[in-house]
Design a protein around this ligand. Structure first.
Ligand code: ZN
Length: 143
């Protein structure tokens, strides 16, 4: 999870990420496959573009993996750029924005923001209990 933000992002990058789902997915794909693509099903390392933006499809078994799969943004019920804003604020924000404030800024329901914040906090807590070796496994950090 925190691995998503391990590189410092510039203000310009953040502005793009906070407003564009496409940029978020591109970013997630970059972080997730920074050491190359490995198919979760068969271990093949060759891929072609998948059907959804920035997804990858195994050339051998045809299994497709989305950029958000196995990350905290998987199955997110609201736009991923809004989820990204919340995640960034929880992980890197200078002040702890309340779910009410997040809801106001993002025009989301307060409960939606609260639920997603809780999800991130739980992921961060889980990460703290992992060993360094486990942390080096990008999949575990992101999920
Ligand atoms: Zn495969």
């Amino acid at each position: 999870m925190a691995a998503i933000f391990k590189k410092e992002l510039t203000r310009e990058q953040l502005e793009l990420l906070f407003t564009s789902d496409d940029e978020c997915l591109r970013f997630l794909a970059e972080v997730k496959w920074e050491n190359g693509f490995i198919c979760r099903k068969c271990g093949n390392t060759n891929y072609c573009p998948g059907k959804t933006p920035h997804s990858r499809r195994c050339t051998k078994c045809k299994k497709e993996e989305s950029a958000a799969a196995d990350t905290i943004f998987h199955n997110c019920k609201f736009p991923v750029h809004k989820a990204f804003y919340i995640a960034y604020n929880v992980c890197k924000g200078k002040e702890d924005l309340s779910s009410y404030e997040l809801a106001r800024r993002l025009t989301l329901r307060q409960m939606t923001c609260w639920n997603f914040k809780t999800r991130i906090r739980n992921a961060l807590q889980q990460m703290d209990s992992l060993t360094d070796i486990e942390k080096s496994s990008i999949g575990k950090i992101l999920s």
